[in-house]
Design a protein around this ligand. Structure first.
Ligand code: B12
Ligand code: SF4
Ligand code: SF4
Length: 404
Protein backbone atom coordinates (compact mmCIF):
# COMPACT_ATOMS: atom_id res chain seq x y z
CA UNK A 1 0.00 0.00 0.00
CA UNK A 2 1.24 3.49 -0.78
CA UNK A 3 0.90 6.39 1.61
CA UNK A 4 -2.18 8.55 0.99
CA UNK A 5 -1.78 12.13 -0.20
CA UNK A 6 -4.13 14.04 2.05
CA UNK A 7 -5.86 16.66 -0.07
CA UNK A 8 -5.92 20.26 1.15
CA UNK A 9 -9.46 19.97 2.37
CA UNK A 10 -9.36 16.35 3.61
CA UNK A 11 -10.88 16.01 7.07
CA UNK A 12 -8.61 15.31 10.01
CA UNK A 13 -8.06 11.63 10.71
CA UNK A 14 -10.03 11.89 13.94
CA UNK A 15 -13.04 13.37 12.19
CA UNK A 16 -12.60 10.83 9.41
CA UNK A 17 -12.64 7.92 11.84
CA UNK A 18 -15.94 9.21 13.26
CA UNK A 19 -17.32 9.44 9.75
CA UNK A 20 -16.15 5.94 8.88
CA UNK A 21 -18.10 4.59 11.83
CA UNK A 22 -21.16 6.55 10.85
CA UNK A 23 -20.96 5.35 7.22
CA UNK A 24 -20.44 1.79 8.41
CA UNK A 25 -23.65 1.90 10.44
CA UNK A 26 -25.51 3.58 7.58
CA UNK A 27 -24.38 0.78 5.29
CA UNK A 28 -25.94 -1.72 7.68
CA UNK A 29 -23.01 -2.97 9.79
CA UNK A 30 -24.01 -3.63 13.38
CA UNK A 31 -20.82 -2.07 14.76
CA UNK A 32 -17.52 -0.62 13.58
CA UNK A 33 -14.23 -0.24 15.47
CA UNK A 34 -10.71 0.79 14.52
CA UNK A 35 -7.39 -0.62 15.66
CA UNK A 36 -3.70 -0.36 14.78
CA UNK A 37 -1.83 -3.05 12.88
CA UNK A 38 0.17 -4.47 15.81
CA UNK A 39 -1.23 -7.86 16.82
CA UNK A 40 1.94 -9.05 18.57
CA UNK A 41 0.02 -9.72 21.78
CA UNK A 42 -1.77 -12.58 20.04
CA UNK A 43 1.07 -14.09 18.06
CA UNK A 44 2.33 -16.61 20.61
CA UNK A 45 -1.25 -17.79 21.32
CA UNK A 46 -1.84 -18.39 17.65
CA UNK A 47 1.34 -20.34 17.04
CA UNK A 48 0.85 -22.40 20.20
CA UNK A 49 -2.59 -23.36 18.90
CA UNK A 50 -1.37 -24.54 15.53
CA UNK A 51 1.72 -26.03 17.23
CA UNK A 52 -0.62 -28.30 19.21
CA UNK A 53 -2.23 -29.31 15.92
CA UNK A 54 -5.64 -28.09 17.11
CA UNK A 55 -6.32 -26.93 13.57
CA UNK A 56 -6.42 -30.55 12.34
CA UNK A 57 -6.25 -30.63 8.56
CA UNK A 58 -7.11 -26.94 7.97
CA UNK A 59 -3.76 -26.43 6.28
CA UNK A 60 -4.63 -22.86 5.40
CA UNK A 61 -4.11 -22.07 9.09
CA UNK A 62 -0.36 -22.74 8.81
CA UNK A 63 0.31 -22.05 5.15
CA UNK A 64 0.89 -18.31 5.48
CA UNK A 65 3.44 -18.18 8.32
CA UNK A 66 3.40 -14.83 10.10
CA UNK A 67 1.16 -13.15 7.54
CA UNK A 68 -1.81 -13.95 9.78
CA UNK A 69 -0.37 -12.35 12.89
CA UNK A 70 1.46 -9.44 11.18
CA UNK A 71 -0.88 -7.43 8.97
CA UNK A 72 2.04 -5.68 7.29
CA UNK A 73 3.43 -8.97 6.04
CA UNK A 74 0.10 -9.69 4.37
CA UNK A 75 -0.50 -6.15 3.12
CA UNK A 76 2.59 -3.92 3.31
CA UNK A 77 1.78 -0.36 4.35
CA UNK A 78 -1.19 -1.28 6.54
CA UNK A 79 -1.48 1.31 9.28
CA UNK A 80 -4.95 0.72 10.65
CA UNK A 81 -7.61 -1.94 10.59
CA UNK A 82 -11.29 -1.11 10.41
CA UNK A 83 -13.15 -3.99 12.04
CA UNK A 84 -16.88 -4.53 11.48
CA UNK A 85 -19.52 -6.93 12.63
CA UNK A 86 -22.85 -7.87 11.05
CA UNK A 87 -25.68 -9.63 12.91
CA UNK A 88 -27.10 -12.78 11.32
CA UNK A 89 -29.55 -14.23 13.84
CA UNK A 90 -33.10 -14.49 12.52
CA UNK A 91 -35.63 -15.33 15.20
CA UNK A 92 -38.30 -16.03 12.59
CA UNK A 93 -36.50 -19.25 11.77
CA UNK A 94 -37.65 -22.42 13.50
CA UNK A 95 -36.33 -22.64 17.08
CA UNK A 96 -32.78 -24.01 17.06
CA UNK A 97 -33.30 -25.99 20.24
CA UNK A 98 -36.53 -27.62 19.09
CA UNK A 99 -34.67 -28.65 15.92
CA UNK A 100 -31.87 -30.14 17.95
CA UNK A 101 -34.33 -31.99 20.11
CA UNK A 102 -36.20 -33.49 17.16
CA UNK A 103 -33.79 -36.14 15.91
CA UNK A 104 -35.56 -36.58 12.55
CA UNK A 105 -34.88 -32.94 11.64
CA UNK A 106 -31.66 -31.79 10.05
CA UNK A 107 -29.87 -29.23 12.19
CA UNK A 108 -28.07 -26.57 10.19
CA UNK A 109 -26.18 -23.86 12.01
CA UNK A 110 -27.95 -20.54 12.09
CA UNK A 111 -25.39 -18.73 9.98
CA UNK A 112 -25.92 -21.08 7.05
CA UNK A 113 -29.71 -21.07 6.77
CA UNK A 114 -29.59 -18.38 4.10
CA UNK A 115 -27.17 -16.69 1.71
CA UNK A 116 -23.42 -17.06 1.96
CA UNK A 117 -22.03 -14.16 4.00
CA UNK A 118 -18.57 -13.94 2.42
CA UNK A 119 -19.65 -12.07 -0.70
CA UNK A 120 -22.14 -9.85 1.09
CA UNK A 121 -19.59 -8.79 3.71
CA UNK A 122 -16.90 -8.02 1.18
CA UNK A 123 -19.31 -6.07 -1.04
CA UNK A 124 -20.42 -4.01 1.95
CA UNK A 125 -16.80 -3.40 2.97
CA UNK A 126 -16.10 -2.31 -0.58
CA UNK A 127 -18.91 0.25 -0.33
CA UNK A 128 -17.40 1.57 2.89
CA UNK A 129 -13.99 1.80 1.21
CA UNK A 130 -15.52 3.70 -1.72
CA UNK A 131 -16.93 6.30 0.68
CA UNK A 132 -13.52 6.74 2.30
CA UNK A 133 -11.81 6.97 -1.08
CA UNK A 134 -14.13 9.83 -2.01
CA UNK A 135 -12.69 11.80 0.90
CA UNK A 136 -9.03 10.75 0.89
CA UNK A 137 -6.84 10.81 -2.15
CA UNK A 138 -4.47 7.84 -2.28
CA UNK A 139 -6.55 5.76 0.10
CA UNK A 140 -5.63 2.14 -0.34
CA UNK A 141 -7.12 -0.88 1.37
CA UNK A 142 -7.97 -4.57 1.25
CA UNK A 143 -11.27 -6.03 2.39
CA UNK A 144 -11.56 -9.38 4.20
CA UNK A 145 -14.19 -11.55 5.75
CA UNK A 146 -13.03 -15.04 6.54
CA UNK A 147 -11.22 -14.93 3.22
CA UNK A 148 -7.51 -14.57 4.00
CA UNK A 149 -4.96 -15.16 6.76
CA UNK A 150 -6.39 -12.57 9.13
CA UNK A 151 -6.76 -12.82 12.93
CA UNK A 152 -10.34 -11.63 12.89
CA UNK A 153 -11.26 -12.18 16.52
CA UNK A 154 -8.15 -10.63 18.06
CA UNK A 155 -8.60 -7.67 15.69
CA UNK A 156 -12.25 -7.27 16.75
CA UNK A 157 -11.32 -7.44 20.43
CA UNK A 158 -8.54 -4.91 19.96
CA UNK A 159 -10.92 -2.64 18.03
CA UNK A 160 -13.37 -2.71 20.96
CA UNK A 161 -16.09 -4.85 19.33
CA UNK A 162 -16.31 -7.33 22.19
CA UNK A 163 -14.45 -9.78 24.40
CA UNK A 164 -13.19 -13.26 23.53
CA UNK A 165 -15.45 -15.72 25.34
CA UNK A 166 -14.49 -19.11 26.72
CA UNK A 167 -16.07 -20.54 23.56
CA UNK A 168 -13.45 -18.42 21.70
CA UNK A 169 -16.08 -16.27 19.97
CA UNK A 170 -16.30 -12.48 20.09
CA UNK A 171 -19.14 -11.54 22.39
CA UNK A 172 -20.50 -8.09 23.02
CA UNK A 173 -22.40 -7.74 26.29
CA UNK A 174 -25.15 -5.83 24.52
CA UNK A 175 -25.21 -7.95 21.37
CA UNK A 176 -24.13 -11.53 22.11
CA UNK A 177 -22.13 -13.39 19.47
CA UNK A 178 -24.43 -14.12 16.52
CA UNK A 179 -22.53 -11.94 14.06
CA UNK A 180 -19.92 -12.17 11.33
CA UNK A 181 -16.67 -10.24 11.36
CA UNK A 182 -14.94 -8.43 8.53
CA UNK A 183 -12.07 -5.97 8.10
CA UNK A 184 -10.57 -3.27 5.96
CA UNK A 185 -6.77 -3.17 6.20
CA UNK A 186 -5.85 0.37 5.18
CA UNK A 187 -2.99 2.82 4.76
CA UNK A 188 -4.45 5.57 6.98
CA UNK A 189 -3.06 6.11 10.48
CA UNK A 190 -6.52 6.41 12.02
CA UNK A 191 -6.79 6.88 15.79
CA UNK A 192 -7.29 3.46 17.40
CA UNK A 193 -10.25 2.65 19.64
CA UNK A 194 -9.76 1.27 23.13
CA UNK A 195 -9.54 -2.53 23.11
CA UNK A 196 -12.42 -4.32 24.81
CA UNK A 197 -10.83 -4.85 28.22
CA UNK A 198 -13.39 -6.74 30.27
CA UNK A 199 -13.62 -10.52 29.88
CA UNK A 200 -17.33 -11.08 30.47
CA UNK A 201 -17.56 -14.84 31.13
CA UNK A 202 -16.92 -14.67 34.85
CA UNK A 203 -17.51 -18.05 36.50
CA UNK A 204 -19.92 -19.23 33.76
CA UNK A 205 -18.97 -22.51 32.05
CA UNK A 206 -22.24 -23.18 30.18
CA UNK A 207 -20.60 -23.58 26.76
CA UNK A 208 -17.91 -25.91 28.10
CA UNK A 209 -20.54 -28.08 29.78
CA UNK A 210 -22.83 -28.19 26.75
CA UNK A 211 -20.31 -28.77 24.00
CA UNK A 212 -21.36 -32.21 22.72
CA UNK A 213 -17.79 -33.28 21.92
CA UNK A 214 -15.83 -31.53 24.69
CA UNK A 215 -13.99 -29.41 22.15
CA UNK A 216 -13.62 -26.29 24.33
CA UNK A 217 -10.23 -26.09 26.01
CA UNK A 218 -8.98 -23.88 28.83
CA UNK A 219 -7.74 -20.45 27.70
CA UNK A 220 -10.64 -19.66 25.31
CA UNK A 221 -9.41 -22.14 22.75
CA UNK A 222 -11.07 -24.84 20.67
CA UNK A 223 -9.66 -28.17 19.65
CA UNK A 224 -11.06 -27.93 16.13
CA UNK A 225 -10.47 -31.64 15.60
CA UNK A 226 -13.30 -32.34 18.04
CA UNK A 227 -15.55 -29.44 17.05
CA UNK A 228 -18.71 -30.44 15.15
CA UNK A 229 -18.38 -27.33 13.03
CA UNK A 230 -14.99 -28.57 11.82
CA UNK A 231 -16.14 -32.15 11.48
CA UNK A 232 -19.22 -31.32 9.39
CA UNK A 233 -17.69 -28.53 7.25
CA UNK A 234 -13.90 -28.62 7.09
CA UNK A 235 -13.09 -32.30 7.58
CA UNK A 236 -13.93 -34.40 4.57
CA UNK A 237 -12.74 -37.82 5.62
CA UNK A 238 -14.14 -40.61 7.77
CA UNK A 239 -15.00 -39.35 11.26
CA UNK A 240 -14.06 -41.47 14.28
CA UNK A 241 -16.95 -43.52 15.65
CA UNK A 242 -16.65 -41.92 19.10
CA UNK A 243 -17.30 -38.49 17.56
CA UNK A 244 -19.94 -39.67 15.07
CA UNK A 245 -22.08 -40.79 17.99
CA UNK A 246 -21.86 -37.36 19.63
CA UNK A 247 -22.90 -35.33 16.61
CA UNK A 248 -26.65 -35.87 17.00
CA UNK A 249 -28.59 -34.44 14.05
CA UNK A 250 -26.13 -31.61 13.30
CA UNK A 251 -25.42 -31.88 9.58
CA UNK A 252 -23.77 -28.50 8.95
CA UNK A 253 -21.96 -26.57 11.68
CA UNK A 254 -22.88 -26.38 15.33
CA UNK A 255 -24.26 -23.63 17.54
CA UNK A 256 -24.50 -25.20 20.96
CA UNK A 257 -21.82 -23.02 22.53
CA UNK A 258 -23.77 -19.95 21.39
CA UNK A 259 -27.23 -21.26 22.19
CA UNK A 260 -26.35 -21.63 25.86
CA UNK A 261 -24.39 -18.41 26.18
CA UNK A 262 -26.28 -16.07 28.51
CA UNK A 263 -25.03 -13.02 26.59
CA UNK A 264 -27.02 -14.14 23.59
CA UNK A 265 -30.26 -13.13 25.18
CA UNK A 266 -29.18 -9.63 24.15
CA UNK A 267 -28.98 -10.55 20.47
CA UNK A 268 -30.71 -8.25 18.02
CA UNK A 269 -32.26 -9.82 14.95
CA UNK A 270 -30.50 -9.38 11.64
CA UNK A 271 -31.67 -6.50 9.48
CA UNK A 272 -30.25 -8.15 6.35
CA UNK A 273 -32.72 -9.58 3.89
CA UNK A 274 -30.10 -12.04 2.71
CA UNK A 275 -29.93 -13.55 6.21
CA UNK A 276 -33.67 -13.78 6.72
CA UNK A 277 -35.00 -17.23 6.36
CA UNK A 278 -36.35 -17.84 2.93
CA UNK A 279 -35.22 -21.41 2.56
CA UNK A 280 -36.81 -24.37 4.30
CA UNK A 281 -33.50 -25.39 5.75
CA UNK A 282 -34.65 -24.61 9.28
CA UNK A 283 -37.28 -27.32 9.17
CA UNK A 284 -36.25 -30.07 6.77
CA UNK A 285 -36.23 -33.75 7.61
CA UNK A 286 -33.08 -35.85 7.34
CA UNK A 287 -34.86 -38.45 5.25
CA UNK A 288 -36.07 -35.84 2.77
CA UNK A 289 -32.52 -34.58 2.32
CA UNK A 290 -31.15 -38.09 1.89
CA UNK A 291 -33.37 -38.42 -1.18
CA UNK A 292 -31.59 -35.53 -2.93
CA UNK A 293 -29.22 -36.46 -5.72
CA UNK A 294 -26.18 -34.35 -6.52
CA UNK A 295 -28.09 -32.26 -9.05
CA UNK A 296 -30.78 -31.41 -6.52
CA UNK A 297 -28.12 -30.65 -3.89
CA UNK A 298 -26.43 -28.15 -6.22
CA UNK A 299 -29.69 -26.60 -7.36
CA UNK A 300 -31.35 -26.25 -3.96
CA UNK A 301 -28.25 -24.87 -2.30
CA UNK A 302 -27.33 -22.27 -4.89
CA UNK A 303 -25.93 -19.22 -3.06
CA UNK A 304 -25.72 -21.12 0.23
CA UNK A 305 -22.41 -21.67 2.05
CA UNK A 306 -23.40 -25.33 2.43
CA UNK A 307 -22.71 -26.00 -1.24
CA UNK A 308 -18.98 -25.73 -0.59
CA UNK A 309 -18.78 -28.96 1.37
CA UNK A 310 -19.83 -30.91 -1.72
CA UNK A 311 -22.27 -33.75 -2.14
CA UNK A 312 -20.09 -36.48 -0.62
CA UNK A 313 -19.64 -34.67 2.70
CA UNK A 314 -23.32 -33.72 2.65
CA UNK A 315 -24.34 -37.38 2.33
CA UNK A 316 -21.75 -38.42 4.91
CA UNK A 317 -23.23 -35.95 7.41
CA UNK A 318 -26.78 -37.12 6.72
CA UNK A 319 -25.78 -40.74 7.31
CA UNK A 320 -24.16 -39.85 10.63
CA UNK A 321 -27.28 -38.00 11.78
CA UNK A 322 -29.53 -40.89 10.72
CA UNK A 323 -27.31 -43.30 12.64
CA UNK A 324 -27.88 -41.17 15.72
CA UNK A 325 -31.67 -41.32 15.28
CA UNK A 326 -33.63 -43.77 17.42
CA UNK A 327 -34.55 -46.93 15.51
CA UNK A 328 -37.06 -46.38 12.73
CA UNK A 329 -37.80 -48.88 9.97
CA UNK A 330 -37.91 -46.36 7.13
CA UNK A 331 -34.55 -44.93 8.20
CA UNK A 332 -32.94 -48.35 8.18
CA UNK A 333 -34.43 -49.08 4.76
CA UNK A 334 -33.31 -45.73 3.31
CA UNK A 335 -29.77 -46.30 4.55
CA UNK A 336 -29.71 -49.83 3.19
CA UNK A 337 -30.85 -48.52 -0.19
CA UNK A 338 -28.28 -45.75 -0.34
CA UNK A 339 -25.97 -46.48 -3.22
CA UNK A 340 -22.68 -44.61 -3.27
CA UNK A 341 -19.20 -44.92 -4.77
CA UNK A 342 -17.64 -42.87 -2.01
CA UNK A 343 -15.70 -44.89 0.58
CA UNK A 344 -16.31 -42.13 3.10
CA UNK A 345 -20.09 -42.24 2.64
CA UNK A 346 -20.00 -46.04 2.63
CA UNK A 347 -18.25 -46.01 6.00
CA UNK A 348 -20.75 -43.61 7.55
CA UNK A 349 -23.72 -45.38 5.96
CA UNK A 350 -22.59 -48.76 7.29
CA UNK A 351 -21.96 -47.30 10.71
CA UNK A 352 -25.45 -45.80 10.67
CA UNK A 353 -27.01 -49.10 9.58
CA UNK A 354 -25.27 -50.87 12.47
CA UNK A 355 -26.47 -48.22 14.89
CA UNK A 356 -30.04 -48.68 13.67
CA UNK A 357 -29.83 -52.48 13.88
CA UNK A 358 -28.35 -52.30 17.38
CA UNK A 359 -31.11 -49.97 18.52
CA UNK A 360 -33.72 -52.21 16.95
CA UNK A 361 -32.41 -55.25 18.78
CA UNK A 362 -32.35 -53.31 22.05
CA UNK A 363 -36.01 -52.50 21.44
CA UNK A 364 -36.83 -56.13 20.63
CA UNK A 365 -35.21 -57.24 23.86
CA UNK A 366 -37.00 -54.54 25.76
CA UNK A 367 -38.60 -55.78 29.01
CA UNK A 368 -41.77 -53.87 28.11
CA UNK A 369 -43.57 -56.37 25.81
CA UNK A 370 -45.50 -53.60 24.01
CA UNK A 371 -42.23 -52.12 22.86
CA UNK A 372 -40.59 -55.48 22.23
CA UNK A 373 -43.47 -56.38 19.90
CA UNK A 374 -42.32 -53.56 17.67
CA UNK A 375 -44.94 -50.98 18.57
CA UNK A 376 -44.03 -47.35 18.79
CA UNK A 377 -41.45 -46.84 21.49
CA UNK A 378 -41.61 -43.60 23.35
CA UNK A 379 -38.56 -44.68 25.34
CA UNK A 380 -36.56 -44.74 22.16
CA UNK A 381 -36.86 -41.03 21.65
CA UNK A 382 -36.38 -40.32 25.33
CA UNK A 383 -33.14 -42.25 25.27
CA UNK A 384 -31.84 -39.95 22.54
CA UNK A 385 -28.78 -38.24 23.99
CA UNK A 386 -29.88 -34.62 23.88
CA UNK A 387 -26.89 -32.44 24.25
CA UNK A 388 -28.79 -29.24 24.71
CA UNK A 389 -30.89 -29.55 27.79
CA UNK A 390 -33.86 -27.36 28.46
CA UNK A 391 -32.44 -24.57 30.54
CA UNK A 392 -34.82 -21.67 30.40
CA UNK A 393 -32.87 -19.96 33.13
CA UNK A 394 -29.89 -19.53 30.84
CA UNK A 395 -31.16 -18.06 27.60
CA UNK A 396 -34.94 -18.27 27.42
CA UNK A 397 -35.04 -16.72 23.98
CA UNK A 398 -33.58 -19.86 22.42
CA UNK A 399 -35.59 -22.37 24.37
CA UNK A 400 -38.97 -21.17 23.24
CA UNK A 401 -40.29 -22.14 19.84
CA UNK A 402 -41.53 -19.09 18.06
CA UNK A 403 -43.52 -21.22 15.64
CA UNK A 404 -45.41 -24.12 17.15
C1 B12 B 1 -10.52 -21.71 11.72
C2 B12 B 1 -11.89 -21.18 12.07
C3 B12 B 1 -12.79 -22.05 12.64
C4 B12 B 1 -12.39 -23.44 13.12
C5 B12 B 1 -11.61 -23.30 14.45
C6 B12 B 1 -12.35 -22.46 15.50
C7 B12 B 1 -11.46 -21.74 16.49
N1 B12 B 1 -12.07 -21.43 17.61
O1 B12 B 1 -10.33 -21.44 16.22
C8 B12 B 1 -13.78 -24.14 13.21
C9 B12 B 1 -14.05 -24.86 11.90
C10 B12 B 1 -13.92 -25.16 14.34
C11 B12 B 1 -14.70 -22.94 13.35
C12 B12 B 1 -15.97 -23.01 13.89
C13 B12 B 1 -16.83 -21.94 14.02
N2 B12 B 1 -16.66 -20.71 13.50
CO1 B12 B 1 -15.00 -20.13 12.67
N3 B12 B 1 -13.44 -19.37 11.95
C14 B12 B 1 -12.24 -19.84 11.79
C15 B12 B 1 -11.31 -18.76 11.23
C16 B12 B 1 -11.12 -19.01 9.74
C17 B12 B 1 -9.95 -18.65 11.92
C18 B12 B 1 -10.01 -18.67 13.46
C19 B12 B 1 -8.64 -18.78 14.08
O2 B12 B 1 -7.73 -18.02 13.74
N4 B12 B 1 -8.45 -19.74 14.99
C20 B12 B 1 -7.20 -19.97 15.63
C21 B12 B 1 -7.26 -19.49 17.06
C22 B12 B 1 -5.96 -19.74 17.79
O3 B12 B 1 -7.46 -18.11 16.97
P1 B12 B 1 -8.53 -17.36 17.87
O4 B12 B 1 -9.63 -18.26 18.28
O5 B12 B 1 -8.86 -16.11 17.18
O6 B12 B 1 -7.64 -17.23 19.13
C23 B12 B 1 -6.87 -16.15 19.53
C24 B12 B 1 -7.57 -15.40 20.59
O7 B12 B 1 -8.66 -16.17 21.07
C25 B12 B 1 -6.49 -15.21 21.63
N5 B12 B 1 -7.01 -15.08 22.99
C26 B12 B 1 -8.05 -15.63 23.60
N6 B12 B 1 -8.17 -15.14 24.82
C27 B12 B 1 -7.19 -14.26 24.98
C28 B12 B 1 -6.85 -13.45 26.04
C29 B12 B 1 -5.75 -12.62 25.93
C30 B12 B 1 -5.41 -11.74 27.05
C31 B12 B 1 -4.95 -12.61 24.75
C32 B12 B 1 -3.77 -11.76 24.60
C33 B12 B 1 -5.33 -13.44 23.68
C34 B12 B 1 -6.44 -14.22 23.83
O8 B12 B 1 -5.59 -16.23 21.51
C35 B12 B 1 -5.64 -16.74 20.21
C36 B12 B 1 -4.33 -16.46 19.51
O9 B12 B 1 -4.31 -15.47 18.62
C37 B12 B 1 -12.17 -17.46 11.50
C38 B12 B 1 -12.01 -16.37 10.46
C39 B12 B 1 -10.67 -15.68 10.64
N7 B12 B 1 -9.94 -15.52 9.59
O10 B12 B 1 -10.32 -15.29 11.74
C40 B12 B 1 -13.63 -17.98 11.58
C41 B12 B 1 -14.55 -17.37 12.62
C42 B12 B 1 -13.79 -17.28 13.91
N8 B12 B 1 -15.61 -18.36 12.77
C43 B12 B 1 -16.77 -17.87 13.02
C44 B12 B 1 -17.93 -18.63 13.28
C45 B12 B 1 -19.27 -17.90 13.20
C46 B12 B 1 -17.83 -20.00 13.58
C47 B12 B 1 -18.96 -20.92 14.10
C48 B12 B 1 -19.95 -20.27 15.05
C49 B12 B 1 -19.71 -21.51 12.85
C50 B12 B 1 -20.75 -22.57 13.18
N9 B12 B 1 -21.93 -22.20 13.64
O11 B12 B 1 -20.51 -23.74 12.98
C51 B12 B 1 -18.14 -22.05 14.77
C52 B12 B 1 -17.88 -21.74 16.25
C53 B12 B 1 -16.97 -22.71 16.94
C54 B12 B 1 -16.16 -22.05 18.03
N10 B12 B 1 -16.62 -22.11 19.26
O12 B12 B 1 -15.11 -21.47 17.70
C55 B12 B 1 -16.74 -16.34 13.06
C56 B12 B 1 -16.80 -15.87 14.52
C57 B12 B 1 -17.62 -14.62 14.80
C58 B12 B 1 -17.57 -14.26 16.27
N11 B12 B 1 -18.67 -13.74 16.77
O13 B12 B 1 -16.60 -14.45 16.94
C59 B12 B 1 -15.36 -16.05 12.33
C60 B12 B 1 -14.62 -14.81 12.83
C61 B12 B 1 -15.68 -15.90 10.82
C62 B12 B 1 -16.27 -14.56 10.48
N12 B12 B 1 -15.64 -13.81 9.61
O14 B12 B 1 -17.28 -14.14 10.98
N13 B12 B 1 -14.11 -21.81 12.90
S1 SF4 C 1 -19.45 -25.34 17.83
FE1 SF4 C 1 -20.34 -27.11 18.90
S2 SF4 C 1 -18.74 -28.67 18.93
FE2 SF4 C 1 -17.77 -26.70 18.37
S3 SF4 C 1 -17.04 -25.87 20.32
FE3 SF4 C 1 -19.10 -25.02 20.01
S4 SF4 C 1 -20.46 -26.48 21.05
FE4 SF4 C 1 -18.50 -27.50 20.80
S1 SF4 D 1 -21.47 -19.60 27.77
FE1 SF4 D 1 -20.60 -18.61 29.57
S2 SF4 D 1 -18.45 -19.23 29.56
FE2 SF4 D 1 -19.25 -19.67 27.52
S3 SF4 D 1 -18.75 -17.86 26.33
FE3 SF4 D 1 -20.82 -17.54 27.13
S4 SF4 D 1 -20.51 -16.42 29.08
FE4 SF4 D 1 -18.54 -17.28 28.48
Amino acid sequence: MTQPTPSKDSPTLYALSKKIKQWGIELGFSDVGITHADLSEYEAGHFNWVGENYHGNMHYMTKHGVKRTRPNELEPGTQSIISVRLNYFDSDAESAVSQLQTPGKAYISRYALNKDYHKLMRKRLQQLANKIAEQVEGFSYRAFSDSAPVLERPIAQQAGLGFIGKNSLIIHPRAGSWFFLGELYCNLALPADEPFQKQGCGPCTACINECPTQAILPGNKIDARRCISYLTIEYHDIIEDELKAKMGNRIYGCDDCQLVCPWNKFTTDTQEDAFKNKSDLDKTELLTLLKWNEKTFLKKLEGSPIRRIGFVVWQRNLCTALGNHPFQTDILTALQNLDTDSLVVQNHRDWAINQQIEKESQLNNHPNPKIARGGSAPEASLSYPFTVSNKPAIAPKYYECKKR
